[in-house]
Write a protein that binds this ligand. Sequence first.
Ligand SMILES: NC(=O)C1=CN([C@@H]2O[C@H](COP(=O)(O)OP(=O)(O)OC[C@H]3O[C@@H](n4cnc5c(N)ncnc54)[C@H](O)[C@@H]3O)[C@@H](O)[C@H]2O)C=CC1
Ligand SMILES: C[C@H](O)[C@@H]1OC(=O)[C@H](O)[C@@H]1O
Length: 254
Amino acid sequence: MKLLEGKTVLVTGASTGIGRAAAIGAAQHGADVVINYHARDEDAEACIAAIEATGQRGLAVKGDVAEPETAKAFVAKAVEAFGKVDVMVNNAGICPFHAFLDMPVETFERTMRVNLHGAYFMVQAAANQMVAQGHGGAIVAVSSISALVGGEYQTHYTPTKAGVHSLMQSTAIALGKYKIRCNSLLPGTILTEINKDDLADDAKRTYMESRVPLGRLGAPEDMVGPIVFLASDMAAYVTGAALLVDGGMFVNLQ
Ligand SMILES: NC(=O)C1=CN([C@@H]2O[C@H](COP(=O)(O)OP(=O)(O)OC[C@H]3O[C@@H](n4cnc5c(N)ncnc54)[C@H](O)[C@@H]3O)[C@@H](O)[C@H]2O)C=CC1
Ligand SMILES: C[C@H](O)[C@@H]1OC(=O)[C@H](O)[C@@H]1O
């Protein structure tokens, strides 16, 4: 069953990892997909090729989500190409691991701007378009298990993920009257580029795996079903919610 037939889905930071999997997964579920990406043209082109291989239309738009203008341009190009915006998956994010006591100001500020400011402006731009269209929509923000728990080398990062989740709670209230649903996905530890260096340490990786009752770290594809569900009409009465998808890691105290 295709859950996103006829919808236009936008995904930020979609040339790699969870965003890429979500973009291709949305296309497999019948959506036309517009991706935002920041750096590598060839990765974005490969993602679009994978989207088009499903028979759906794809478009890549380059831009730094930390810049407020990027969000407006992204939504405008999507509307120009495919006529509307039904779903926004706010996914772009960075996590440059660093100790707290000597955190460089630039690292702190860049992480805030990409992860939280970027989410704010993307969600706002998509919501304005959905309100103008007048038939509702769905916003899915990729937050994290890190919205709920801390990380020694993530003191700049975890507040952004709590912030993204909080943003979905408040926008669920602000946008409910327009039939726009806002939810967050809270992934556990998923093997992607964002943590490649951190998990290159065998001891750390083995420890992280041992924390997961399902016995393995996540893959980007594990996030597709939950994202598609939240974006789809199957979740028509779900808003302001957080879906933790972590193989059971969070509840594994002892
Ligand atoms: N991998 C994990 O264990 C977890 C990841 N997440 C979140 O998932 C999201 C996706 O990350 P992953 O797929 O894991 O890693 P990733 O590094 O593969 O993906 C992040 C994407 O964001 C893009 N990006 C970074 N800065 C950008 C900017 N300024 N403008 C536009 N795009 C930008 C990158 O180019 C990349 O495509 C992030 O928000 C991350 O915080 C949440 C929980 C766990
Ligand atoms: C980048 C980390 O490995 C990853 O990011 C998150 O949000 C998770 O909590 C993991 O720590």
